[in-house]
Design a binder for this molecule. Structure first.
Ligand SMILES: NC(=O)c1ccc[n+]([C@@H]2O[C@H](COP(=O)([O-])OP(=O)(O)OC[C@H]3O[C@@H](n4cnc5c(N)ncnc54)[C@H](O)[C@@H]3O)[C@@H](O)[C@H]2O)c1
Length: 265
């Protein structure tokens, strides 16, 4: 690719993508509403942009051959914030992509689209959505936009339902949901290398022994996760006490998100 856009570049996964995706394109265009580190030479462009601003997003997407869309509100927040970043923002992004040659998109969706499934259930990507909050609902909207723009216009998107992407799992729930940084990066590489993408929904999760999701759609992009949370089991079980059997972390796949109120701004 000549130019790969990374939105949410000031965030946790955005910083990781910035550090490790330079080989994917001549130029990385890095964008966020928050401040970012300045461009590190001619292979980087840093563009401050609010996803809720349609004109700014149109300018942002122009000239890009691929988009890793990580930007937006990433936890439960008041509706106004979620609506701007994750509803208007996703609409603005897809409209800009449509206007500028339909660059392939990786859409960072979330396990919180299905957070009200119980941990004793095994589901695949065809299971009906069961979001666990307004954030999860907004990610369902993003998945629906990806599907709509694929069916109507042929826009390609990899919908990646990310579990929990951190250096290592942080609690017992993440034994099932953990996505290692290395697996996250190899997943992105596969999304942009596969000749025909379409609009698959893929779990962004490592090859953990503990798990709730049928990961077979990963083969559509030739991706195989390599890491396994089991390596950290002893450490996690020693550090994190087992939650009560009737606590949300023990019952639902979305864990504590199911316990969040509807926040008011
Ligand atoms: N980290 C995970 O384990 C995980 C799990 C599931 C889904 N995701 C999704 O992956 C993406 C990246 O996650 P993260 O952990 O890096 O989140 P993060 O909160 O660290 O980063 C998100 C970035 O988006 C930016 N942003 C928010 N609203 C914006 C707006 N209106 N305009 C422009 N930028 C805006 C924020 O400033 C932030 O830098 C998010 O979309 C998140 O929902 C992450």
């Amino acid at each position: 690719m000549k130019r790969l856009l990374i939105t949410g570049a000031a965030g946790n996964l955005g910083k990781l993508a910035r550090a490790r995706l330079g080989h994917m394109a001549d130029v990385l265009r890095l964008s966020d509403v928050a401040e970012m580190a300045p461009a590190n030479g001619p292979k980087e462009e840093v563009v401050r942009c609010d996803l809720g601003d349609a004109d700014a997003v149109d300018d942002l997407v122009r000239g890009c051959d691929g988009i890793v869309h990580l930007g937006g509100v990433s936890v439960e927040r008041p509706w106004e914030m979620i609506a701007r970043g994750n509803i208007a923002g996703v609409y603005n992004l897809y409209e800009a992509a449509r206007a500028h040659g339909m660059p392939r998109i990786l859409f960072a969706s979330s396990n919180h689209t299905i957070g009200y499934y119980r941990q004793d259930e095994r589901i695949d990507t065809r299971a009906p959505i069961k979001p666990d909050g307004l954030y999860g609902v907004s990610k369902c909207f993003g998945e629906a936009m990806a599907s709509l723009y694929h069916s109507k216009f042929g826009q390609e998107t990899a919908v990646i339902r990310i579990g929990s992407c951190f250096e290592k799992p942080r609690d017992r729930r993440m034994m099932a949901t953990w996505l290692s940084p290395d697996d996250f990066i190899s997943l992105i590489e596969c999304v942009f290398r596969v000749p025909m993408l379409g609009c698959p929904v893929i779990w962004g999760v490592s090859d953990n022994d503990a798990g709730w999701w049928n990961t077979e759609t990963a083969r559509l992009i030739g991706w195989r996760a390599k890491d396994n949370s089991e390596l950290f089991r002893a450490e996690i079980e020693a550090a994190a006490p087992r939650p009560a059997a009737d606590a949300p972390q023990s019952i639902y796949q979305g864990g504590m998100f199911t316990n969040e109120p509807i926040h008011k701004g």
